[in-house]
Design a protein around this ligand. Structure first.
Ligand code: FCB
Length: 435
């Protein structure tokens, strides 16, 4: 069976579009993250009105369309839909439903994410991810959403970056629920996988032809000193655990990897292998690792401008070659790939056009069904607040007006080329390693 043979979108045009998430654009959405801001746990301050996206979704979709997009990835706010445990807010669901009608009217494919880091305020107290109840709650939330919009949405991503959430929420405690306890990692990972499966089943029940994926954050890892055996080994281990752990979980239904410093995350869920129609890759950059580290013996990582293509405004290395390697790596799962996020913080827009061109080149060499650029708009970048500017469109946060950056033109041209080109073919022997 080829990766395409059971892909529900195989006979449709590929996707070229943009991505946002609810909390980062909508504004005024009380949830666990709002509490986090109140407690002073973000470096960049509070989200507040964000970029006023809740009232401007249609206008923003039109901007994406003007930029040549035929797909728009966004997420549904769980806290809006279920503000109190078991109480669903029809008005919020109606709002998303109207937006989806608009997307369809302008010929833009909605790509719907259900979990993008934030939770309703009651969640961590009442049904945290450490309890099996979390799985049922997420499935029920998904079912409500799918009942309302499943007749029109064909592309779903139940979970955005489960591993990033696991590490930041339960290991280093940087984001809600702010727990630092390595012993919880195996259980929470298992529950996230189960929640994905339950959500996929809830979607398929209401929308049998839906294409379901996961958005996995993948990072290129390199030894800081190529001559150092330990640096090389650490880079290999990081790759194996961070990138491949999730790939293997979805590819084989089994996982077994280490998380720092020495937690073994091991488990299996047979149903995972049947829960995906495509694999979503969120790719941004490369980390250089050294072992022992200068401060942490076990190892340290940092961004370096090793590819000589510059660092983004938030210091991430721009490294298109690594994007190609990561896509090769991801193709080992033998599922259609969609780049569910890729982009850069570049307020001056001096680097964005070249970044787009060089990353799009990699798409021409890999069979990829879609590319969703992060992001359409400057938005609230979690712990960093409104500092990093990821938008193809610049946002004035006083008037909330949007203005295209010059690189929108490049994005449009590349989109046209991407959509006109047949899917890149690769010989079976090339890079596709079985899991
Ligand atoms: C990804 C997140 C997204 C955004 C980008 C820059 O990891 O999914 O919300 O913050 O990074």
């Amino acid at each position: 069976m080829t990766p395409e043979s059971r892909f529900p979108l195989a006979d449709r045009p590929r996707l070229w579009g943009t991505a946002v998430s609810h909390y980062q654009v909508e504004g005024d959405d009380p949830c666990d993250w709002t509490e986090w801001e109140r407690a002073g746990r973000t470096r960049g301050g509070a989200c507040g009105r964000a970029v006023g996206g809740w009232a401007r979704y249609e206008e923003d979709a039109d901007l994406a369309r003007d930029a040549g997009a035929n797909a728009f990835r966004f997420s549904i706010s769980w806290s809006r839909v279920e503000p109190r445990l078991g109480h669903y807010n029809d008005a919020a669901l109606d709002r998303y439903s109207r937006f989806i009608d608009h997307l369809i009217k302008i010929d833009v494919e909605p790509v719907v994410t259900l979990f993008h880091y934030t939770h309703p305020q009651w969640f961590h107290e009442r049904t945290p991810w450490t309890s099996t109840e979390s799985i049922a709650r997420f499935a029920e939330f998904t079912a409500r959403v799918a009942e309302r919009i499943g007749d029109r949405v064909r592309v779903w991503i139940p979970l955005n970056e489960p591993l990033v959430f696991l590490l930041a929420g339960y290991f280093d405690g940087q984001i809600p629920p702010g727990i630092s306890d390595g012993r919880l990692l195996p259980k929470v990972f298992d529950h996230l996988m189960a929640a994905h499966c339950a959500a996929a089943a809830a979607i398929r029940e209401r929308s049998p032809d839906a294409a379901i994926g996961v958005a996995h954050n993948m990072v290129a890892f390199a030894p800081e000193r190529h001559g150092s055996f330990l640096d090389r080994m650490l880079a290999k281990i990081a790759h194996r655990c961070y990138n491949r752990g999730v790939l293997e979980a979805f590819g084989s239904g089994k996982w077994d990897f280490l998380l720092p410093p020495t937690t073994r995350v091991r488990g299996h869920r047979e149903e995972l292998t049947k829960s995906l129609d495509f694999f979503g890759v969120n790719f941004y950059s490369r980390l250089h690792l050294r072992c022992p580290g200068k401060e942490r013996f076990i190892g340290e990582f940092r961004y370096l401008d090793a590819a000589r293509r510059g660092l983004t405004d938030n210091g991430w290395e721009i490294v298109p070659d690594a994007f190609e390697q990561i896509l090769h790596e991801a193709s080992a799962i033998h599922l259609p790939l969609i780049v569910s996020e890729n982009g850069l913080a570049d307020a001056s827009d001096r680097m964005r056009a070249r970044f787009l061109q060089e990353h799009a080149l990699m798409l021409a060499r890999t069979p990829v069904h879609g590319y969703l650029h992060w992001s359409l708009l400057d938005n609230y970048e979690w712990l960093d607040g409104f500092g990093p500017k990821f938008g193809l469109y610049e946002v004035d946060r006083v008037s909330m007006s949007r203005r295209p950056r010059p690189s929108v033109k490049t994005f449009r041209t590349l989109g046209r080329q991407f959509l006109a080109r047949p899917l890149a073919q690769r010989s079976a022997g090339e890079a596709l390693r079985s899991l």
